[in-house]
Ligand binder design. Structure first.
Ligand code: ASP
Length: 453
């Protein structure tokens, strides 16, 4: 049995839905279909989820939502028209959205989440309706009825472990099950969404819950590429990746697959296959526990901007028991999470996502570190990009860091910091944001470009 997830661009128009139907029909083991809300139809288009967020914002501010509601409904309407679906389904979607907008707004976060989730919920109903009309034994499944329970963390909910047991019984249901991605229900019966692009997470949870043989994730590219195609033209396609490699790559900017989505599939040992709705016969990229090391030490290079670092130095820091704990406790008290901690004998650098801070918190944090830890120097640097070089094969190869560092030196890029864990699955370089593209290109050329002799 397969769990199959289709992303927003695969479900943005009627003609895309026709491709989805033929993919589902072509393989009777494609049993559970997870859907996103309609995504972008062309560059510059707006995703339904973004239209809904705007609609929720207006409703909370007491502004007129008529136009916003129309722009959402029009998206479903044009799909229904193209597929010649009855207008009852559109009326059902409209009244569902209007009911949600009229609901009480005491908790604005829950209100926004319910409106956001309606994007996938309504699309799952429409997709099920279309499948039925085309003669498929298909039905819409509501996440509450299926027992997909999540924490009460709106906008970044986490699955509750008991959900897996509940979801197992979906195996007994007949026909194709169309399941909305992106959200679950709290134990109090209220909707909470995963983080953005979270339908990938739903697919993975379901794959684990029903013990699927494969989790297929359909998107709009033939494969996961070894580097961002917006930085390097025609990059290598990756045929196979391990979970750890994919996690590292998607963490640092590979948006093909949500970085939180791997864990449920990984725990149950279910392989993931990233495929293209527009070219379903292409083999895509398989994500597995173990792979044959046949494509060199480095499998991919990812990069992401928007990081900052807190540098702390203190003479004899290495002898001071509890220094690291005290430092991290200060961050914890500001509810700030960190990404990496490269360190030396008398210094430590903490790398954070910059969007967690604003200028006042920044000053307060630096002040507290300086006074409470008696540090010699505390400073903050902004606008750092992290470049991640990823590959399980790096462990068996000597000289990867040297080659990467030399490539950066030749390109005139200064390395602000380096970090590598003992698993050696990834190697991180911190560079100034302005140098990010240059750095990625130089490293890609070093490891992937054919050597001309
Ligand atoms: N529609 C949601 C988003 O745009 C979730 C998803 O597509 O996976 O973030």
């Amino acid at each position: 049995m397969k769990v199959v997830k289709f992303g927003g661009s695969s479900l943005a128009t009627g003609s895309q839905l026709k491709k989805v139907l033929s993919i589902v029909e072509s393989d009777s083991t494609r049993k559970i279909i997870v859907v996103s809300a309609p995504g972008k139809r062309f560059a510059g288009d707006i995703k339904v989820t973004d239209l809904l967020i705007e609609c929720a914002r207006k409703a909370l501010n007491g502004e007129d939502v008529t136009e916003s509601v129309s722009s959402v409904i029009e998206r479903y309407e044009s799909i229904a028209l193209e597929l010649q679906l009855s207008f009852e389904i559109i009326e059902e979607i409209r009244s569902h959205l209007l009911n949600l907008l009229n609901a009480e707004k005491r908790s604005s976060n829950h209100f926004v989440d319910a409106i956001k989730a309606s994007g996938e919920d309504n699309h799952a109903k429409l997709v099920a309706n279309y499948f039925q009309k085309r003669g498929l034994n298909a039905k819409y499944i509501n996440p509450k009825d299926a027992g997909l329970f999540v924490t009460n963390e709106t906008g970044h909910a986490q699955v509750l472990p008991e959900s897996y047991e509940h979801l197992y019984s979906l195996r007994e249901q007949s026909g194709v099950l169309v399941f909305p991605g992106f959200f679950g229900y709290t134990k109090e019966g209220v909707i909470a969404t995963f983080s953005r692009s979270g339908s990938d997470i739903t697919g993975s949870i379901l794959a684990n819950g029903v013990r699927a043989d494969l989790y297929e994730n359909f998107t709009d590219v033939d494969a996961v590429y070894s580097v961002n195609p917006n930085i390097v033209e025609n990059p290598n396609e990756i045929s196979e990746l391990t979970y750890r490699e994919m996690r590292e790559l998607s963490y640092a900017g590979f948006s093909v697959f949500h970085d939180e989505a791997l864990i449920p599939a990984f725990r149950a040992g279910i392989p993931v296959n990233v495929k293209n709705t527009n070219n379903p016969s292409a083999p895509g990229t398989r994500i597995v526990s173990r792979r044959v090391q046949n494509n060199g030490p480095v499998v991919g290079i990812a990069s992401d901007k928007g990081f900052c670092s807190i540098y702390v130095s203190k003479y004899l820091m290495n002898r001071e028991i509890g220094f690291g704990r005290k430092l991290l406790t200060i961050l914890e008290q500001f509810e700030i999470s960190y990404e990496h901690i490269p360190s030396g004998i008398d210094e430590i650098t903490i790398i954070l996502r910059q969007d967690q801070l604003h200028s006042e918190t920044e000053e307060d944090i630096l002040e507290r570190i300086k006074s409470e830890l008696n540090a010699d120097e505390v400073k903050m640097e902004h606008n750092i990009s992290l470049i991640m070089i990823v590959g399980e094969g790096m462990k068996q190869n000597v000289g990867i860091t040297a080659r990467a560092a030399k490539a950066l030196a030749n390109a005139g890029v200064n390395i602000e910091m380096i970090n590598q864990g003992s698993s050696e699955v990834s190697l991180m370089f911190g560079v100034k944001e302005a140098n990010e593209k240059k750095a990625v290109k130089a490293i890609y050329e070093e490891f992937f470009a054919p050597v001309l002799v």
